[in-house]
Ligand binder design. Structure first.
Ligand code: PEP
Ligand code: MN
Length: 340
């Protein structure tokens, strides 16, 4: 249930109402906008006398919330969430509410030279986050599984060298202690519904980038975000990365760009698009990145490798630094042309 208060109601009049609602064993989420305050009630709202609340002079309206996702729901938080990430450099690393995140880097961290070289190149092209997998969820146990802890160390070195905040995937709870200095913890498509993992991530201070499951619906993605937010971590970024459809011959996944405006309507959380995993083909990445930016995505995650043919993982979908630079310039132009 959502209680919208009248404009400019003083705090001292809001606090008793919150206390009264909390006494009914409801959890109350307070959204304080520029002028208006919205109270989101989570729990058994059947106990609440709606007519009584409506009659209060500080209340403008009361609406039921039928969606099962509550904390991420835009009804509870009408303005876009903006997630600020502090990093050693002076550049802006915010995402949401008009702030755009360009996340780029290799699929896997392979070596110091590879990572630092790519990090410097993507930063020069305008990227404001560095990605790279240290723990890799590979379809075959015989493929490169990532450098693990050493990969995290190399990411932290690259962060120091470039000032770029880092994004890297956590595959299981036991590695969490290695992620303390990781700015954005990625939950991969294979773990989107690993509820134990999500619950743990509800307790950490890091921002979480939550990917859509391989065959996940939009509602399932939002319910997974809810697991993290219910634990107290509000800093969640959603990522559309393509889903399984009948098509498998010409694209790795089917990138669902309609998910961007759908999610932007349903939730206040930032939405990014990953056209690399979404298509599996480097030649398709620029056009899908442009389309995603035009569709209103709050960011893009793009795989970039110094030598895609020799990449240990996902070379076929990786751009070279030059291709990335050209693509990034056009992404910025598209956003500017559309006034985004
Ligand atoms: C990745 O980003 O490297 C990755 C493994 O992505 P996904 O979970 O979307 O397959
Ligand atoms: Mn990859």
């Amino acid at each position: 249930m959502v209680v919208v208060l009248r404009r400019d109601v003083p705090q001292e009049k809001i606090a008793p109402l919150i206390r009264w609602l909390e006494d009914k064993s409801l959890s109350v989420r307070v959204f304080q906008g520029q002028e208006q305050c919205v109270l989101g009630l989570i729990g058994d709202t059947a106990k609440v006398d709606v007519e009584m609340i409506k009659s209060l002079d500080i209340v403008e309206s009361v609406a039921a919330m039928s969606d099962p996702f509550k904390a991420s729901n835009r009804q509870m938080h009408p303005e876009d969430s903006v997630i600020n990430i502090t990093s050693p450099d002076q550049l802006e690393h915010a995402i949401g509410g008009g702030k755009f995140a360009l996340i780029a880097g290799p699929c896997s961290v392979e070596s110091r030279e590879q990572l630092t070289g790519v990090a410097k190149a993507v930063k020069a092209a305008g990227a404001n986050f560095l990605r790279g997998g240290a723990f890799k969820p590979r379809s075959s146990p015989y493929d490169f599984q990532g450098l693990g802890e050493e990969g995290i160390d190399l990411l932290l070195e690259a962060k120091k060298a470039t000032g770029l905040p880092i994004v890297t995937e956590l595959m299981e709870v036991h590695s969490l202690h290695l992620f303390e200095e990781v700015d954005v913890i990625q939950v991969g498509a294979r773990n989107t519904q690993n509820y134990d993992l999500l619950r743990e991530l509800g307790k950490v201070p890091n921002t979480i980038l939550l990917k859509r499951g391989l065959a996940g619906t939009i509602k399932e993605l939002l319910m997974s975000a809810e697991y993290i937010m219910a634990g107290g971590n509000e800093n969640v970024i959603l990522c559309e990365r393509g889903i399984r459809t009948y098509e498998s011959a010409y694209t790795r996944n089917t990138l669902d760009l309609s998910a961007v405006p759908v999610l932007k309507t349903l939730t206040h959380l930032p939405v990014v698009v990953d056209p690399s995993h979404g298509t599996g083909r480097a030649d398709l990445v620029p056009s899908m990145a442009f389309a995603a930016a035009a569709a209103g995505a709050d960011g893009l995650m793009i795989e970039v490798h110094n030598d895609p043919k020799q990449a240990l993982c996902d070379g076929a979908q990786s751009l070279t630094p030059d291709q990335f630079s050209e693509t990034a310039a056009k992404i910025f132009k598209i956003r500017e042309a559309l006034g985004l």
